[in-house]
Design a protein around this ligand. Structure first.
Ligand code: KG4
Ligand code: ZN
Length: 339
């Protein structure tokens, strides 16, 4: 029997190519976190096909909700609230989760909450490290986003840097595609790079204006593609592992340097990383090393919680829930939702 006065949240995430449903107790205990990945379906197209993603979410969402509640040992009546990602993401994909959550909340007479997907990524850190104290800086690096945040408190989270063109994960995916490695590219480049020389090619690092916490990855992406095209025209064979390692090194160096620059500018003692690219082994290694040198505590979620999942939406939702936030039944999917 579950004790009274606990806040059990049913969380739904359908912003891209993973249908995920989680049951989260008090923003810490993950009672269930089921993820139905569509990667194998989209792989044959070399990237996510939005229409296919929506249809696949539709097929599995009801079943996944039932399974998550059963795994958690929670009755629908015990739920405190429904939390759902309402943006940013693919419109049709988001709509499946939002419509389901609205109908479920209405039928059960439970409160509803819309959660920003990027906020979810940030909060993935609090699942395994509930004792993180704020203020802190968080670097969010995913397939669609590269942002630096200043987390002053749970109610005051500010954007202090963002990419001006491609997201870091997008650059990984595009380079992997050009190299013929497949989708999603990040984990494939990460693996291949382990066998390569990361200084074989000197790709450009984009620092932008002095002191800027913004990012730009289009220059490095073009440089890698040009190197590949030039070699192709000359009939030269490039060592794929060297190419992957050198590209990864350039991206990692910029991410790590700017993240610690933000830590210094905001005068905090903790750095959080989040989003799919936070699973990158070279990025984690370098952040750890520099963190130790500078005596800054570095936190990151385990790899499964770095990529899209419902648990992170449940945890982010919990902090909004206890601060009194609620959504109406007019909650909509907002593909370019801002923070
Ligand atoms: O956070 P996420 O699951 O979805 C978005 O919200 O975008 O991130 C997916 C991105 C993809 O671009 C993928 O290639 C990248 O995260 N990624 C990685 C790694 N694992 C996933 N990038 C680099 N190294 C990895 N190990
Ligand atoms: Zn994501």
């Amino acid at each position: 029997m579950l004790e009274d006065k606990t806040n059990i949240i049913l969380a739904i995430e359908t912003s891209c190519d993973e249908t995920s449903v989680a049951v989260v107790k008090d923003g810490r205990d993950i009672l269930a976190n089921l993820i139905a990945s569509q990667i194998s379906i989209h792989q044959q197209f070399g990237g996510v096909v939005p229409e296919v993603a929506s249809r696949k979410h539709m097929e599995v969402i009801s079943l996944l909700v039932e399974e998550a509640l059963a795994e958690a040992g929670v009755q629908k009546e015990d739920l405190a609230c429904m939390a759902v990602t309402n943006g940013p993401g693919l419109a049709g994909a988001l709509l499946v989760g939002v419509s389901f959550a609205k109908a479920y909340a209405f039928a059960l007479g439970k409160p509803l909450l819309g959660v920003n997907h990027i906020m979810g990524h940030i909060y993935a850190n609090f699942i395994e490290h509930p004792s993180i104290s704020l203020p802190a800086v968080c670097l969010v690096v995913s397939g669609g986003h590269t942002h630096l945040f200043y987390l002053k408190s749970h109610d005051d989270i500010q954007v202090i840097g963002r990419t001006r063109d491609d997201a870091a994960g997008e650059a990984f995916d595009k380079i992997a595609r050009a190299m013929g490695l497949g989708y999603p590219g990040g984990p494939l480049i990460d693996k291949l790079a382990r066998e390569g020389n990361n200084s074989a090619f000197n790709f450009p690092r984009s620092w932008l204006e002095k002191g800027s916490l913004d990012f730009s990855f289009s220059g490095i992406k073009s440089a890698v593609l040009n190197t590949m095209n030039n070699a192709g025209m000359k009939g030269e064979e490039l060592v794929q592992a060297d190419l992957a390692a050198s590209f990864q090194e350039a991206v990692v160096e910029v991410l790590v340097t700017k993240a610690f620059q933000a830590v210094e500018q905001m005068q905090v003692k903790s750095l959080l990383i989040a989003g799919g690219v936070a699973a990158n082994s070279a990025l984690r290694r370098k952040l750890e090393t520099v963190g130790q040198e500078k005596e800054i505590k570095v936190y990151y979620p385990s790899p499964l919680l770095c990529t899209d999942n419902g648990a992170m939406i449940g945890v982010a939702g919990y902090y909004r829930f206890i601060s009194g936030e609620r959504a109406g039944l007019d909650l909509n999917a907002v593909p370019n939702l801002k923070l």
